[in-house]
Design a protein around this ligand. Structure first.
Ligand code: C5P
Length: 307
């Protein structure tokens, strides 16, 4: 019988910044209870899937050398779990094109996993329900459901339970990339250690921040940005203090460590200000590089294949 090989499918998925990240108690399962406001950034990775004799993963682009290409890659797990659920054999090549820094607190690995779910769902013509994809996403990692969702969302639990949040207009960011990454579990452990000895600052509730988002007002949003993990990330990489100061000195409205870091995200008044801040920051010698981004951005979705 003649079998038709389906054409390759490419999907993109966004990086995220946590505008508000309140870390609660350590749970019995090793995760911390979170209350967070996620916003998706225009910085995104792409994943292309195509037929292959067996499951293989290739990576190119930003930080590619640090990304595993075996079963330790989240996209491998995404493919095997979706295949298992659908009764398929995951005979595909998954080619990841990275723009999101690795181990940067921007959920790049989660974006790749979400893009893989969406790409394979289309490639295998599964037409899975949103709820089915979200359930697999939540098994893969705390941030993967948000990478599917995109936009702006309030996350609870491990961060995987999402409610959409109203956000007006576009926000402009400069991302300062650090020279070395930070491991997420290590940053959470460091926060537990700091809390055992002292009282690092804690975010309050997100009420005012949600209002600033609904109003689309960056000047109102800026002083409300907060991240409980920032103290831990700065404790592990003290040079981040200088980076955070340099961004504000360069004219940003505010700076915050993104998620578990070490990327610092600077909120700017508008596009022109973001260009100026990025130029000054890249000349200040406080980071490996800078990226401009806007938010919110859409969640994981199939995109036209550039070949
Ligand atoms: O869910 P994910 O695999 O991204 O989490 C990586 C690690 O980050 C977890 O193993 C845990 O150490 C830490 N974490 C946490 N609480 C969360 C999310 C992540 O302690 N809510």
């Amino acid at each position: 019988m003649l079998s038709v090989v389906p054409p390759p499918v490419t999907a993109g998925a966004p990086a995220k910044v946590n505008l508000h990240l309140a870390v609660g108690d350590l749970r019995a399962d090793g995760f911390h209870e979170l209350r967070t406001v996620y916003q998706a950034l225009s910085l995104s990775d792409r994943v292309r899937v195509q037929a292959a004799p067996a499951l293989t993963v290739t990576v190119r682009g930003e930080g590619a050398a640090q990304v595993p290409t075996d079963r330790n890659n989240l996209v491998w797990k995404a493919a095997t779990r979706l295949a298992h659920k659908a009764g398929m054999t995951p005979s595909v090549e998954i080619a990841i094109e990275k723009a999101v820094p690795v181990a940067g607190g921007l959920a790049g690995g989660s974006a790749d996993a979400a893009a893989t779910l969406v790409a394979l769902d289309a490639f295998w013509r599964l037409d899975s329900s949103r709820a089915d994809l979200v359930a697999i996403a939540a098994e893969l990692g705390s941030d993967v459901p948000f990478a599917l969702h995109g936009g702006t969302a309030y996350g609870t639990g491990r961060g995987e339970n999402l409610l959409p949040v109203l956000a007006r207009d576009t926000f402009h960011w400069v991302l300062a990339l650090a020279r070395d990454g930070l491991s997420t579990p290590r940053v959470f452990d460091e926060l537990d250690r700091l809390r055992a000895h002292a009282a690092p600052p804690r975010c309050g509730d997100a009420e005012e921040l949600l209002q600033a988002l609904a109003a689309g007002d960056p000047a109102r949003l800026a002083p409300l940005l907060g991240n409980d993990l920032q103290a831990a990330a700065v404790s592990l990489q003290p040079e981040l203090r200088r980076t955070l100061r340099a961004g504000v000195d360069a004219g940003a409205l505010a700076g915050v460590v993104s998620g578990s870091g070490p990327t610092c995200a600077f909120l700017c008044a508008d596009h022109d200000s973001a260009i100026e801040v990025s130029a000054e920051l890249s000349g200040a010698g406080v980071c490996r590089g800078v990226r401009l981004a806007t938010s919110p951005a859409p969640g994981a979705r199939v995109v036209a294949d550039a070949g």
